[in-house]
Design a protein around this ligand. Sequence first.
Ligand code: ZN
Length: 130
Amino acid sequence: MIPIAYWRNRKVYTRMVGSKCKDCDAEFFPPVRICKKCGSRNMEEKEMPRSGSLLAYTKLSEPAQEFKEYAPIYLGLIRLDNGVNIISMIADADEEKLKAGARVQATVRKWAEDGKEGLVYYGYKFRVSQ
Ligand SMILES: [Zn+2]
């Protein structure tokens, strides 16, 4: 993970700030500068809802280097309550509860650590609610 990119995008990672088109109301996450629906550049920041439903998930036994110590990693395809689909890591994954349609809630967790004395990166993950 590149620290500069992380700091620049921190509000995206921790507050789930996406974008909303002021012309057609379409919402996007991660944020976009040009509306993918109508092509407008008239965009504003918009925090995404922190709840949604799980559509599908996949289990990564061999994730990228910086996430190796957290393997296996579960990645979920989630439909947020505003209809935006996102891919997120799933925290506290229990395969019994990872069913299509399960309600999920965002939580801020440690994403990665830059060595033992280095920086700790935080970001959203979703967990099955209840
Ligand atoms: Zn638009």
